[in-house]
Design a protein around this ligand. Structure first.
Ligand code: ATP
Ligand code: MG
Ligand code: MG
Ligand code: MG
Length: 564
């Protein structure tokens, strides 16, 4: 690609609306432009990266035996009524009517549609197992779209759905997908971790999430230092002027997801909220912190695992204690928006599936819900929760640590929930109708682009992992219009690199060297080769890797050798 013929639109300004680095850099590099809340256009540059992710996902899914389909994004209400999700899915479901006033939704996920496809396509056990996937646009009316494409309303997902004669076979395919996900995220050059997860509104018994580890991540992950144990922490706080829950007090479930603000938490703590307050924390009787940190302009309710016991009696932390705590938790400092809703993650539906639930005593004080990914009884009292926390910790002798993650993939064993609701059956080996077991497997294709930037950037811009870069290499021409020999040598190198399969751009825009290099660093091209008059007369090119601090003067063979 000749950049003089391409549409590149970078900017030096740091966009005011962007809070996290990936959002800032995607706007500065001109990869995306906002249309409305949570709706983005991918520019030609951004699309090249998105397609790289898509390609890696598609190739690895196919290599793992999944077969591609494409389902409509608009789905009829009747299908969603069969599973009860037309009502149950909640506010994320965008509902609309056609000219005949029939109701539809814009698909946030495709369990209903694939099950309908399966009941038309599958009739015999001989057709199983089968795993269908698509890479397709989803819409979820997120309460708070933010961070650009990280939490968008319209976004690109890879979703796959498998069908099996037995639970054992579902388990086998689940493992197969789990392994394929590992290959996908490794190939994309991401540092990631798989954790046990809550299966949320999608349902099902077993599920794991794949997280790209980053301080800006919205999820808190709990790790044990004593074993392989890792899980997503789901935590919640709610307002109550008298937050006292004694060990014996019984808990009740929260009926609806709550929206609380920093102001509510401040009221809960009995303090006057000031804009300068960067965090609100409480100290338990044993001197440990228990909840409510404010991060960026939003509040994240955080329960430090193992510290929940302190909820029975705690006091507001003083400034010095907060500072000390923040010092051990980088990334939590930031301006406070007192009206920002605090996410309460676990509602009744989620809680029913979690091992450790959101609860409240008679005074309405809500406790944390943590999904431990283990088979534990639902706690009924504060003391139960205390025991659950203590018993986890004791099991493997390790300490629990917390890391932040961005959920980029999620695999579920759905079981027969959808197949039963939608009356999907196939004939088994004995000629009897049997309900297949199902699995489903999602990857946030567009979110991965942002997540990768969170892990791969420096003060000059993005530093793409090879597999995601818009181009592997760029040939920069100094003074292309003024010096014909330089321009010709650059074009020859550009053609040769492409001819040997190295995806290369030619920066023949005629920018001053400083501005040209700044652009190429901002958009994160891994290999930069500069062709100048001085180099040509010495028979060398100036080569620099995006992550290197120095350039090298290399001859043509040595440049090519940089590409292995
Ligand atoms: P989250 O917890 O971040 O809201 P989710 O658990 O609701 O995600 P899933 O239903 O598991 O999402 O969907 C599969 C994948 O789709 C997620 O792992 C995530 O990578 C991606 N995804 C979900 N919601 C969004 C969104 N609003 N914007 C971009 N990607 C998303
Ligand atoms: Mg979600
Ligand atoms: Mg999630
Ligand atoms: Mg999920």
């Amino acid at each position: 690609m000749r950049l003089s013929q391409f549409h590149l639109h970078t900017s030096k300004e740091t966009p005011a609306e962007a809070e996290i680095i990936s959002h800032k850099l995607m706007l500065k590099a001109g990869m995306i432009r906002k249309l409305a809340a949570g709706l983005y256009t991918w520019s030609p540059l951004g699309l090249r990266v998105l397609r790289k992710v898509e390609r890696a996902v598609r190739e690895e899914m196919e290599a793992a035996g999944a077969i591609e389909v494409l389902m409509p994004s608009v789905q009829p209400k009747e299908l969603w009524e069969e599973t009860g999700r037309w009502e149950k899915f909640g506010g994320q479901l965008l509902k609309m009517q056609d000219r005949k006033e029939a109701w539809y939704c814009y698909g946030p996920t495709h369990e209903e549609v694939i099950t309908d496809f399966a009941r038309q396509e599958l009739s015999s056990y001989k057709q199983l197992p089968v795993n269908f996937f698509q890479i397709q646009t989803k819409f979820r009316d997120e309460i708070r779209p933010r961070f650009g494409v990280m939490r968008a309303r319209e976004f690109l997902m890879k979703d796959a759905y498998s069908f099996h004669v037995s639970d054992e076979d579902l388990g086998r395919e689940y493992r197969n997908m789990y392994d394929a996900y590992g290959r996908i995220f490794t190939r994309l050059g991401l540092t990631f971790r798989a954790v046990s997860a809550d299966s949320g509104a999608i349902g099902g018994a077993v599920s794991h999430e794949f997280h790209v580890l980053a301080d800006s991540g919205e999820d808190a992950l709990a790790f044990s230092t004593g074993s392989d144990y890792a899980a997503n922490v789901e935590a919640a706080v709610a307002a109550d002027p008298a937050p006292r829950a004694a060990a014996g007090e019984s808990l009740r479930k929260i009926d609806t997801p709550h929206q609380k603000t920093c102001e509510d938490v401040a009221a809960l703590m009995g303090i006057a909220l000031q804009r300068t307050v960067k965090s609100i924390a409480a100290v338990a009787e044993d001197g440990t912190f228990v909840l409510a940190l404010v991060r960026g302009d939003h509040a994240v309710n955080e329960i430090k695992l193992g510290k929940v016991a302190g909820l029975a009696g705690y006091r507001l932390a003083n400034e010095a204690e907060i500072q000390q705590f923040l010092g051990s938790e980088p990334g939590f400092l930031g301006p406070l928006n007192p009206r920002q809703p605090i996410r309460v993650v676990a509602d009744r539906e989620v809680a029913a599936m979690a091992d450790f639930v959101v609860g409240a005593n008679e005074k309405g004080f809500h406790l944390a819900g943590v999904n431990w990914g283990r088979d534990l009884p639902e706690p009924e009292t504060v003391a139960d929760i205390r025991n659950v926390v203590a018993g986890d910790r004791a099991a493997d002798g390790g300490e629990i640590g917390i890391a932040r993650g961005i959920e980029v993939g999620h695999v579920f064993q759905l079981g027969r929930k959808y197949a039963e609701a939608m009356k999907l059956t196939v004939l088994d080996a004995n000629g009897k109708a049997a309900v297949p077991a199902m699995g489903c497997y999602g990857i946030g294709v567009s979110r991965i682009v942002a997540a990768a930037i969170e892990q791969n950037h420096d003060e000059n811009g993005i530093a793409w992992p090879e597999a995601m870069a818009p181009w592997q290499a760029v040939v920069c021409v100094i003074n292309p219009k003024g010096d014909a020999a330089v321009a010709e040598a650059a074009q020859a190198l550009y053609r040769d690199l492409n001819a040997v399969g190295i995806e290369t751009a030619l920066d023949d825009r005629g920018l001053r060297p400083g501005a040209m290099f700044a652009d190429m660093e901002l958009i994160g091209i891994p290999h930069r080769i500069v062709v100048s008059e001085r180099g040509l007369s010495a028979g060398t090119y100036e080569y620099r890797h995006r992550r290197a601090s120095e350039s090298e003067n290399l001859d043509r063979a040595a440049v090519l050798a940089k590409f292995g």
